[in-house]
Design a protein around this ligand. Structure first.
Ligand SMILES: [Zn+2]
Length: 232
């Protein structure tokens, strides 16, 4: 019976350590998930900025071409002979300049769009940097906590094995199943004629037997293995 109590104590410790380890791991995972999410936004912004810059380049090229065109037409002015031709060329220049103004406005709009996105990008990159910094610091901490708890877990598992080795297989199996089914409590103290596992009254005869005999008995209500406090 004492062996079983030892086993249950160790198993409860093991469960607690495993739960703690899962918590550490979940925290690590959440850092990674956060970083991945922000990284995705950064990537997308980078893509958008690249696209806009390409459009900006096209507009600039177009504008340069139009400016060259205006210069070329203006260069023709001194050679013009007739008034009619002069007016026509001036009109052509005027229209080309208007078109240039249009292009300039488009270019400005594009540049503004880019600058807004670049600000967003910077913000997200800072955010990502902060997450990475935090996750590196906490990640190192969590890593060593995981290592430590793994060492403890290994010791407990070894202790558990040596205790388990001394128990009959059938009893061990029964204990195992109960431990899993009964939320980590396979053994229950019988006290004042009741099972403290399920708080149900035990048949008086069984309770009396428990107090006298050392054979393994189970609670008729919750099936837990019963034990009584050894009087000192
Ligand atoms: Zn019970």
């Amino acid at each position: 019976m004492n062996l079983l109590k030892d086993l249950q104590e160790i198993d409860q410790e093991i469960s607690a350590i495993e739960a703690t380890r899962q918590g550490y791991q979940a925290e690590l995972d959440s850092f990674q998930a956060d970083a991945a999410k922000v990284q995705e936004m950064v990537d997308q912004l980078n893509e958008e900025v690249a696209q806009l810059k390409q459009e900006e380049g096209q507009l600039q090229q177009e504008l340069q071409k139009q400016r060259d065109n205006v210069a070329k037409v203006e260069a023709r002015l001194p050679e013009i002979q007739t008034q009619k031709e002069y007016v026509a060329v001036l009109k052509e220049i005027d229209m080309a300049k208007k078109a240039n103004k249009d292009l300039e406005e488009q270019l400005q709009g594009k540049q503004q769009e880019i600058s807004v996105l670049v600000d967003d990008l910077k913000e997200k990159q800072d955010e990502l940097g902060a997450i990475k910094e935090k996750s590196e610091a906490r990640g190192a901490e969590l890593g060593s906590l995981l290592d430590e708890s793994e060492a403890v877990l290994l010791k407990r598992t070894q202790a558990r094995e040596s205790v388990a080795a001394e128990l009959p297989t059938g009893l061990l199996r029964k204990y195992h199943n109960l431990f899993k089914r009964r939320g980590g409590l396979a053994l229950a103290l019988a006290h004042n004629g009741a099972c403290t596992g399920c708080n149900m009254q035990l048949p008086p005869q069984q309770y009396n037997q428990l107090l006298q005999v050392t054979e393994i008995q189970t609670c008729p209500h919750c099936n837990r293995i019963l034990y009584v406090e050894q009087s000192a």
